[in-house]
Ligand binder design. Structure first.
Ligand SMILES: *Cc1c(COP(=O)(O)O)cnc(C)c1O
Length: 399
């Protein structure tokens, strides 16, 4: 029988759970886009977005998903033939590199595998070898959503400075802004891209590019700039419609306004702390289950794990059976394994991911873990007893 009726938990790494308050804020008649409340609301949204990103510089809003702001960032700083270095820790860094190549940018991928963070020493050696400063930017993800590897962004900037390389540092925080700590200015990031549908708890449809004056100087000579993706008019609009190069994403803006209010009410530090504790509860459960049998977290080093998403290795082709069981029998949707093994192979079924980003609390995570434990038993994945207990102890200690 199914026990899945009741409130469903979509525990995939984006889009994330949408708060009822955000949905309610979007449930309204169409607002005027020429004057009044909506137009007055947008400057405050820009200010609050910058606070979450840790920057005093510029923020451009796009009607787009994450792929759109990838393209926006690329087109504003590069010319065809420019070289960009892409340290990769999974599918998403490679995806951004692929988009750069399609635009005629020479993207060199440095592969750091699927289970550990970018090694700053290797990056330093590659940059030091670039004596003529051909590399115009270092571009990567803070969190790769496929592997759940978290990179140490501040360390990347440190080695760039140590070797005296003038490249821009461009970071994709789509998976993790509002979940994992990120400080654009303090960490010396020149361009950051994110979307609204993960840590920012708003339905997919808006993307953001944050950039500083150094990046904006690259925009002066970039020959990939196109009218729609140009960030200039969006950050200094003479007319309201120029924020969005056309009609505003009216209802999304109301949703985002409410999501940013919720972050401010909780306090960003508390939001980040909540994600950290809930992530360690997830890790504790999988560590315990994995004491017997092949189940294991994808990232061995806790310091290189995201607080937004966790990738799991099942060690057999049973992850699809597990995902189907928890979804159909218990109302929990887990994320597919992405980019870990080629689609169509048995190995593709060896992985899954748990999203714990955004509007997620202890009872949701403990419920999800207990459901996974039931699923492990039901589909016959070998595991040690006591995973949920281990997670509950973390919650009891930290809450
Ligand atoms: C989700 C995600 C993307 C892609 O975002 P879309 O909205 O699906 O285009 C890119 N990078 C990272 C790190 C992500 O988590």
């Amino acid at each position: 029988m199914s026990l899945g009726n009741g409130r469903h938990y979509l525990a995939i790494p984006g889009p994330s759970v949408i708060p009822d308050r955000v949905l309610a804020a979007m449930h309204r008649p169409a607002p005027n886009i020429y004057h009044g409340e909506l137009t007055e609301m947008v400057p405050g949204i820009v200010t609050d977005l910058k606070a979450v990103a840790g920057t005093k510089h510029h923020a451009a809003i796009y009607i787009s998903n994450g792929h759109g702001v990838w393209e926006a960032a690329l087109t504003n700083v590069f010319s065809r033939g420019d070289k960009v270095l892409v340290p990769a820790t999974g599918t998403f860094s490679e995806g951004w590199a692929g988009m750069a190549r399609a635009l005629g940018i020479d993207a060199e991928v440095m592969d750091f595998g699927q289970r550990s963070a970018i090694d700053p020493a290797r990056l330093a050696a590659r940059l030091a070898a670039d004596k003529s400063h051909e590399i115009k930017a270092v571009m990567t993800v803070q969190v790769d959503t496929s592997t759940s590897v978290k990179n140490d962004v501040a360390a990347l900037r440190r080695v760039m400075d140590e070797v005296g390389h003038p490249a821009l540092l461009m970071i994709d925080c789509i998976a993790c802004l509002g979940c994992d700590d990120f400080q654009m200015d303090a960490w010396g990031v020149d361009v950051m891209v994110t979307g609204c549908q993960k840590g920012l708890m708003t339905p997919p449809g808006m993307g953001f590019v944050f950039f500083n004056d150094k990046a904006d100087r690259a925009r002066e000579t970039a020959n990939c700039v196109t009218p729609y993706w140009d960030w200039r008019p969006r950050v200094d609009p003479e007319m309201f419609y120029l924020y969005f190069c056309g009609t505003a994403p009216t209802h999304h803006l109301y949703g985002l306004r409410t999501a940013l209010d919720m972050i401010a009410e909780e306090g960003l530090d508390n939001v980040l702390r909540r994600h950290a504790v809930l992530a360690s509860a997830v890790w504790a459960a999988f560590d315990r289950w994995g004491e017997v049998g092949p189940l294991e977290l994808n990232v061995p080093d806790p310091g290189a794990r995201s607080h937004a998403v966790t990738s799991v290795r099942v060690g057999s082709a049973k992850s699809t059976a597990l995902r189907e069981w928890v979804e159909e029998r218990a109302g929990l949707t887990l994320g597919i394994g992405l980019g870990m093994a080629p689609a169509g192979t048995p190995e593709w079924h060896h992985f899954f991911r748990v999203g714990h980003m955004g509007h997620v609390n202890a009872q949701m995570v403990l419920g999800a873990l207990a459901t996974v434990e039931a699923g492990l038993t039901a589909v016959g994945i070998e595991h040690a007893e006591g995973g949920v207990d281990a997670a509950a102890r973390i919650v009891a200690r930290e809450a």
